[in-house]
Design a protein around this ligand. Structure first.
Ligand code: CMP
Length: 233
């Protein structure tokens, strides 16, 4: 959980990784990783102390709990530094193939989850499956935190819950944002797709363009209807 990329794994896949790791013991002065070599393992230091050396220069030390050896595996490059045991060290190793297989399982499971989520969004239901799948590839998860200081209380016009979507109007019409979206609960997670990606994915799809244009016009009409209503005192 200390590792930025490993903590994104689904819990069951993280458990699988732990199950596939095995312990290696290195004596003082022994090299765990040699700079410039191909990388075949990902490591977690369980016990002991390691130093990181690059071009003969000491870059730092690693203490228990550190994940290392990830760069060559994630970026398919040569080892970027040498890692040497300062004292006897117990290290958990995971081979490259197993690591990549488990990472792919998490990616696939998440892809399926987000795909079915997007299928339930009315705005996107008209899109062909391959377009939806591409949007899924561009989605990011963000956490919206509540900001209160210095903001006047806006008038609530709608409450959004799980599965609702928002932000589409300005995205489709090149308009400015027509409302504030305010987070009412801590730890609210939103899936986000940026304008460039959205345009690339759906921009060439003429039928959808027409549908979206009508959709935005209908949204504007409902805004006008709402504004025409008498305001409560
Ligand atoms: P990798 O390049 O696969 O093998 C050497 C590892 O050393 C590398 O992955 C990182 O895990 C680690 N490493 C590289 N550079 C640094 C650094 N500047 N500080 C700490 N660790 C590093």
């Amino acid at each position: 959980m200390n590792s930025d990329f490993l903590k994104k794994l689904e819990p069951q896949h993280m458990r699988e990784m732990v199950d596939c790791m095995y312990e290696k013991v290195y004596t003082k002065g022994q090299l765990v990783i040699q700079e410039g070599e191909p990388g075949n393992y990902l490591y977690v230091l369980a016990e002991g102390l390691l130093e990181v050396i690059q071009n003969g220069k000491l870059l730092g030390e690693m203490c228990p709990g550190t994940v290392f050896g990830e760069l060559a595996i994630l970026y398919n490059c040569k080892r970027t530094a040498t890692v040497k045991a300062v004292s006897q060290s117990h290290i958990w190793a995971l081979d490259r193939q197993t690591f990549q297989t488990i990472m792919m399982r998490t990616t696939k499971a998440r892809h399926e989850e987000y795909f079915s989520f997007l299928c339930s969004v009315p705005l996107l239901q008209g899109l062909p499956e391959e377009k939806l799948a591409k949007i899924v590839d561009c989605l990011e998860v963000v956490i919206v935190t509540q900001s209160t200081e210095g903001f006047a209380e806006p008038k609530a016009i709608k409450t959004l819950g799980v599965g609702d979507y928002f932000g589409e109007k300005a995205l489709i019409s090149e308009d400015v944002r027509s409302a504030n979206i305010i987070c009412n609960e801590n730890d609210t997670h939103c899936l986000v797709v940026d304008r460039d990606n959205f345009n690339q994915m759906v921009g060439t799809y003429e039928e959808l363009q027409t549908y979206l244009k009508e959709y935005v016009e209908e949204l504007s009409r409902s805004d006008e209807r709402r504004n025409a209503l008498p305001h409560s005192p």
